[in-house]
Design a protein around this ligand. Structure first.
Ligand code: M6R
Length: 608
């Protein structure tokens, strides 16, 4: 995935573009580029590496005059990361410039055709095809050329386009890749995601598939794929500009870890009314809930991990059967779906290709879908039958933290609603659960106050080669997430196991000094978990345990214990994840890596 921005207005464009790209760098950061109309021609600059290389090259944009331009930050799909492959791509006479997020699937065929018509290509990208195709169709009317291109290209795209002959206009097009348009006071903007425009406006349009936006300094018009004008309504975004900045923290991940108490408070204030879960927030009646035969959770990565936690909760609290599927596996295994089941798709970005495809697949089978999504207006939010937004605000760091917490909270609240509808959760239970949830923000703050201790410990483990995480029940679910968090940012090899499973093979890898993270928050399972700790200890492991205050017996077996405050057995993951996120964060900081932008990763995976 990549990030695109565009600006037309009163200010110099290049600094605005760089600022927007900085907010989108989470979407890709192997190269970046900008094209601006400088009064005479389209001028462009590209740079391999992080955005700061482009900023330095252009003196923070100062060397690129002009008040209209487009920009791009890239995560390579077609063609290695290089200056030549980075965007913008231009036609041969450099009168049309294009930035693109997505994949042009039929680019090879189109490229052959264009070559046979005399076009020559500089890059290995699929995007360059669009620049030449626009050139081929352009006869003075940009809209006409764009609609013709849209009818020819297959795949997914969000495009930002400028024409030297129309120096006051930006065109933007969308199909299956996110695109928004922002109406600012001093100019208008396009972007792949809302944080890029928040500094200038909260008034945005979500562009739908097959739509074209046409922007000038003081007007925005929309057209369909045939070039016919259409009306669109703007939305006011609740997120503020501060939410998309580091706010004094060294990294977004650090800031987002610290925002988790707020995330939980915001989630509760949206879903709890007069001390009760407000079922209306889930757009389902109790009758609807009673008719559901099974919940099937489908997601990727950390979102999937919240699903694994949720399975224990829905089944334990509501006695409703739950299956958890990795979105990348779901539709290819010909799943047996029950017409009365509910498919729950979980996604922070709402743009993850596999999760999106799983949603479409379920809908095609006639199954009702509910999406738990953080990004309003995202593809998944638009396509699901029922949408439940999470209240994490913009999440910028590639490694998710606060969106993960918001997803957990949403599951708790949904589970209580299902439990009530199914007669498994009484009013007293509900009151008790809400009381526990209300304490979570303060309890997280207590854990965060202990972060220096975790940092000191993490600093000792920056050279670790392998880290295993083990747990039972919801503690297994949190182990999956702790392991992913550590490996994705610190590049330390890590795996997670259901604690009882370790001895079926993996325990042979434990040797003197191997680090094992044992999560043991579940009172009933504590003796079993302690046995598992003893098993790895006796093979030489160094064990760090995460457990609930009061479980002092853990100290007798583990080498290092991180305590979390006491909460309901179903909600422990919301607390146990905090020291584990901090551990991953500090290990990575200690290694000197860029915490927010781990190698090879992008914030949302829009390719299968
Ligand atoms: O945007 P989504 O929630 O659909 O993303 C799913 C995963 O790609 C995501 O959780 C990924 O695993 C993160 N890197 C985890 O930190």
């Amino acid at each position: 995935m990549c990030g695109i921005v565009g600006y037309v207005g009163k200010s110099q464009a290049a600094p605005v573009l760089l600022d927007g790209l900085a907010k989108l760098e989470y979407r890709g950061y192997d190269s970046a580029g900008m094209a601006v109309y400088d009064g005479n021609k389209i001028a462009f600059e590209k740079a391999l590496g992080r955005l700061k290389v482009l900023s330095e090259k252009t003196h923070d944009g100062e060397t690129m005059p002009g008040t209209i331009g487009i920009g791009h930050t890239r995560w390579a799909t077609h063609g290695e990361p290089s200056e030549i492959n980075s965007h913008p791509h231009l036609n041969e006479s450099e009168t049309i410039a294009v930035v693109h997020n997505g994949i042009i699937e039929n680019y090879a065929k189109l490229k052959d055709k264009l070559i046979s018509r005399g076009y020559s290509f500089k890059s290995q990208t699929d995007t360059e095809v669009v620049a030449h195709l626009l050139d081929y169709y352009y006869k003075g009317d940009p809209l006409e050329a764009i609609t013709k291109v849209m009818h020819r290209v297959e795949g997914s795209y969000a495009l930002g386009i400028i024409f030297a002959e129309h120096p006051d206009e930006i065109f933007a097009v969308r199909k299956d890749s996110p695109l928004i348009v922002g109406r600012g006071k001093d100019g208008n903007l396009i972007a792949s995601d809302v944080p890029a425009v928040l500094k200038y406006t909260r008034n945005v349009y979500f562009i739908d598939n097959g739509e074209i936006a046409h922007l000038t300094e003081d007007a925005i018009d929309f057209f369909d794929v045939d070039g016919q004008p259409i009306e669109k309504e703007s939305k006011t975004i609740e997120w503020d500009a501060e939410a998309a900045s580091k706010g004094g923290y060294e990294y977004f991940m650090e800031k987002e870890i610290h925002e988790q108490p707020k995330t939980i408070r915001d989630t509760l204030s949206h879903h709890v009314k007069d001390g009760k879960v407000n079922i209306e927030g889930f757009n389902m009646s109790e009758d609807d809930m009673r008719q559901i035969s099974r919940i099937r959770i489908v997601a990727c990565g950390s979102a999937y991990h919240t699903g694994v936690t949720a399975k224990y909760i829905y089944e334990g609290m509501c006695r409703i059967p739950v299956e958890c599927d990795l979105a990348s596996e779901f539709r290819y295994r010909n799943p047996i779906l029950d017409p009365n089941e509910l498919v729950v798709i979980i996604s922070q970005s709402g743009e993850t290709a596999d999760s999106k495809a799983a949603l479409i697949y379920a809908k095609e089978q006639g199954i009702r879908t509910l999406a738990i999504v953080n990004v309003e207006g995202s593809s998944i939010a638009r396509d699901a039958d029922i949408v439940v937004l999470t209240y994490a605000g913009p999440e910028i760091a590639v490694a998710t933290t606060k969106a993960y917490s918001a997803q957990l909270m949403t599951h708790y609240l949904l589970a209580i609603s299902f439990g009530k509808a199914l007669g498994k959760v009484s009013e007293e239970d509900e009151a008790k659960y809400i009381q526990s949830m209300r304490k979570l923000p303060e309890q997280i703050e207590m854990v965060l106050n202990n972060k220096e201790r975790i940092q000191r410990f993490a600093n000792r483990y920056v050279t670790a080669h392998d880290v295993y995480f083990i747990g039972r029940g919801v503690d297994y679910a949190i182990s999956l997430e702790a392991s992913l968090k550590l490996k994705e940012i610190s590049y330390i090899h890590s795996e997670a196991y259901a604690a009882g499973e370790l001895k079926h093979g993996t325990i042979s890898l434990i040797e003197e000094g191997t680090l094992v993270g044992a999560v043991c928050t579940q009172k009933e399972l504590l003796p079993k978990s302690i046995s598992n700790i003893v098993e790895v200890k006796s093979r030489g492991a160094f064990v760090i345990a995460v457990t609930t205050v009061g479980n002092t017996e853990v100290e007798e077996v583990a080498d290092y214990v991180m305590y979390i405050p006491e909460t309901d057995q179903y909600f422990t993951n919301s607390l146990a994840i905090i020291p584990l996120q901090l551990f991953a964060y500090y290990v990575t900081l200690g290694k000197g890596f860029d915490v927010d932008k781990p190698r090879n990763l992008a914030k949302s995976v829009t390719v299968e």
